[in-house]
Write a protein that binds this ligand. Structure first.
Ligand SMILES: *[C@@H]1O[C@H](CO)[C@@H](O)[C@H](O)[C@H]1NC(C)=O
Ligand SMILES: *[C@@H]1O[C@H](CO)[C@@H](O)[C@H](O)[C@H]1NC(C)=O
Length: 373
């Protein structure tokens, strides 16, 4: 009996939704007009009215990788099986779970944290939050509900859900959006293990980066990152990547991998940070200058060259994504001195490519400088 009532109830709510102005109706007990899947959710009841017609929502790509500032398309298509003779009104809702969501113990159910990106029905659509004016549906063919996001930002990464709702059925698919970039370990000028979670967040941001996600650190580890100091990640965990197991880094008998301390107290506990930098719009370059410079002079010469002293994230991105290679140490905005090597050679540090660091020398010492313009 109940199973017969359910689709009826769903149909009534659907009608109600159609009658609401602007498609923005709210129904008591539901978070928004689209959340009535509790009633008709995936139990096949909708098929009573459909005579066995099923709604399929698919994406040919489980993840999309793009560069910062560019445009990304997250594919999503739907169709009915067998095909419908009369078209049905469908709605689409794109929502997302940001990659930098801290999963707290209070709400382990990540699904609950999804927030709206855009909703559309017919020609009407609405986008939300930082996506407002930056997203549209591609609609290149019937059933194409792919989401196009312009001017990708560092914090757009995460899991996107394409949800198609036709009143009786409700199906969804998820697509992960990743940005091409580079993970780098970062510690405070005051030394090792000085950042609580929020300090780490701020430190990465100050260097034109974000806290790395678990996936980003994992990819960096797969590509060979080995670092024996623990750092905060965007999800509030503390981890470090080891490719060559050894004592003092989890022990030499432990397999290579990410060593995790799990969730730590975000205010009380202090570690380093793993930051993630994506491509930069301008250029990072070593400024040719006749003499070496102290830190204050370094800042000044970049400014008189029409730019500014480069941030650590910008140097890493230029090294990794643009192949910046220079065997001369230079000041950076945080007061550290580094240089980028893409082709390892003698007298340029270790035998692997990397950004070499001299730490944070006294500001009156003289080096070159890396600028950004
Ligand atoms: C993402 O970054 C942009 C630009 O840095 C900022 O304006 C926006 O508020 C951020 N969005 C979120 C959800 O943090
Ligand atoms: C850098 O040198 C200038 C002189 O060219 C001097 O005025 C300034 O105090 C020096 N800064 C530091 C941090 O030593």
């Amino acid at each position: 009996m109940l199973s017969l009532l359910r689709p009826l109830l769903a149909a009534c709510i659907y009608l109600l939704l159609l009658l609401l102005p602007g498609g923005q109706g709210r129904i008591a007990g539901y978070t928004n007009g689209f959340h009535y899947q509790d009633i008709s959710n995936g139990n096949g009841n909708g098929e009573i009215y459909f005579n066995g017609i099923r709604l399929h929502v698919e994406s040919p790509q489980a993840s999309v990788s793009a560069t910062r500032g560019s445009t990304a398309t997250l594919p999503c298509h739907y169709h009915y099986e067998p095909e419908l003779t009369t078209p049905r009104k469908t709605r689409v809702k794109w929502s997302w779970l940001p990659a930098n969501t801290v999963i707290t113990h209070v709400s382990p159910e990540a699904f609950l944290k999804e927030t709206e990106v855009m909703v559309a029905m017919g020609n009407r659509h609405r986008s939300y939050g930082s996506f407002r004016g930056r997203v549209r549906l591609r609609r290149s063919a019937p059933g194409d509900l792919s989401l196009v996001i312009n001017e990708l930002q560092l914090n757009d990464t995460g899991r996107y859900r394409c949800e198609v709702i036709d009143g009786l059925e409700d199906e969804s698919v998820t697509v992960d959006l990743e940005l091409r970039g580079v993970v780098f370990p970062y510690h405070s000028q005051k030394g090792r293990y000085h950042f609580n979670f929020f300090g780490a967040q701020q430190a990465c941001q100050d260097q034109e980066a974000t806290l790395a996600t678990f996936e980003q650190l994992f990819t960096a580890w797969e590509e060979g990152l080995d670092w024996c100091n623990a750092g905060w990640l965007a999800d509030g965990t503390v981890q470090y990547p080891i490719t060559a197991p050894r004592d003092g880094c989890g022990g030499e008998n432990l397999a290579p991998g990410l060593r995790s301390y799990g969730q730590r107290d975000r205010i009380l506990h202090r570690y380093d940070a793993f930051c993630f930098a994506a491509s930069v719009k301008g250029t990072v370059y070593f400024l040719e200058h006749l003499t070496k410079l102290n830190f204050t002079e370094a800042i000044e010469v970049c400014a008189s060259d029409g730019g500014q002293i480069a941030k650590v994230g910008q140097l890493y991105a230029a090294w990794r994504l643009m192949g910046l290679d220079r065997c001369v140490a230079g000041w950076l905005a945080d007061g550290s001195v580094r240089y980028p090597v893409t082709k390892a050679r003698s007298n340029c540090g270790p035998s692997q490519p990397g950004v070499r660091s001299f730490g944070f020398p006294s500001p009156h010492l003289k080096f070159g400088v890396y600028c950004y313009r």
